[in-house]
Design a protein around this ligand. Structure first.
Ligand code: DCP
Ligand code: MG
Ligand code: MN
Length: 337
């Protein structure tokens, strides 16, 4: 969606945007033939320097047939495509769109449910066979769909902080994610937990053996949500929390960080994700590598593959990572791309 080639300077951005919605629709409906046709058309339009406004102009391009050419003309003329109105309003498609909001369910799961004939959250709740995670996603659909006001993010963070500091007075909690960027409300609560000088093992052990159990015992944490092993070395915990006296469950993420990696972890966990991607890309261009563990230099790559891990340049000091990358310091509030 953030493809730079679809940027402002392409005269066909709006057409591409509408065709992309059709592509999404056909993808959801697993219509592979149309998916290919729309992909081809979108790519062709991306490569045009001129605005393609008429059926005739469109037909002159390779890979665009008569029906697509008509649609392109309609989009340019009306800024809209009537076909989209009912494409997105079939009962099956509406169900897929609703199911996409179930925490942890991707497009493939949502499509499967719809293909089995489920049309509502009620259907999922009563008829579908759900994994424990999916059941929580369905039962708390409306909770997780709500934004969390900044004050409430702070209240969740304060409970985590109290328990963390009781477990070990040298341990620290920093609320990261969109909250650290100054957002007025957040999608979830991101708590970074660390201890100066301590290795990951120490932080992770205290967190999983003492802090998380204590937060459950207090009735604050409600459930842990499984994550894929492949992407998690035990330094992340996903789940849901609830303030005393409230019934609304919120999504909460805990990140356990070794003291010496605080700067790199803060940079990663503050985001936003697009800003992170551009910082990593920049590091790569300078033959460095940036990840949540540090900034590394002298990295050798063969194509995309790293052939040596490089030498650690900085991990503790967030500002120094910016400096070494040659990027002027940006306050968290300014890290929105
Ligand atoms: N992150 C990332 N790449 C991803 C996901 C996350 O770099 N694919 C980093 C940047 C995010 C941070 O982790 O800012 C927290 O992730 P969240 O999904 O919680 O996103 P935000 O906190 O930024 O926004 P929201 O308010 O929606 O939670
Ligand atoms: Mg967040
Ligand atoms: Mn998060």
């Amino acid at each position: 969606k953030s493809d730079p080639s679809a940027s402002r300077d392409n005269p066909n951005v709006r057409t591409i945007e509408v065709l992309q919605e059709m592509l999404d629709y056909y993808t959801r409906n697993a219509d592979q033939w149309r998916v290919m046709a729309y992909r081809r058309a979108i790519n062709t339009l991306r490569n045009q320097k001129e605005k393609i406004a008429t059926r005739k102009q469109a037909l002159a391009l390779s890979g665009i047939g008569t029906r697509l050419a008509d649609k392109i003309e309609e989009i340019v003329r009306t800024n809209h495509l009537r076909r989209l109105d009912y494409a997105n309003s079939s009962p099956e498609d509406l169900a897929i769109q609703e199911f996409l909001g179930v925490y942890g369910a991707g497009l493939s799961q949502a499509t499967k449910w719809a293909a089995r004939g489920y049309r509502s959250l009620e259907d999922l709740r009563n008829k579908a066979s759900l994994t424990p995670n999916q059941r929580i996603g369905v039962e708390h659909y409306h909770d997780f769909a709500q934004r969390i006001p900044r004050k409430e993010v702070e209240a969740h963070g304060a409970i985590v902080r109290r328990v963390v500091e009781t477990a070990d007075k040298d341990m620290q909690v920093i609320i990261s994610g969109s909250y650290r960027r100054g957002a007025r409300d957040s999608g979830d609560i991101d708590c970074l937990i660390t201890k100066p000088g301590a290795p990951l093992d120490e932080v992770r052990t205290i967190a999983t053996a003492v802090i998380v159990p204590k937060l459950f015992e207090e009735g604050f944490l409600q459930v842990g949500l499984a994550t894929s092993r492949r992407h998690n070395d035990g330094s992340k915990w996903h789940g849901a929390s609830c303030l005393p006296g409230s019934k609304v469950w919120r999504r909460i993420d805990l990140l356990f960080v070794p003291g010496p990696e605080l700067g790199a972890a803060l940079l990663y966990f503050t985001g936003n994700d697009i800003f992170n991607r551009s910082m990593r890309l920049l590091a790569r261009k300078k033959r460095m590598c940036l990840n949540q563990h540090g900034l590394f230099g002298d990295v050798l790559r063969t194509g995309q593959v790293k052939t040596n891990p490089g030498r650690l340049l900085e991990a503790l000091d967030e500002r120094r990572i910016f400096a070494l990358l040659g990027v002027p310091w940006r306050k968290p509030e300014e890290r929105i791309c």
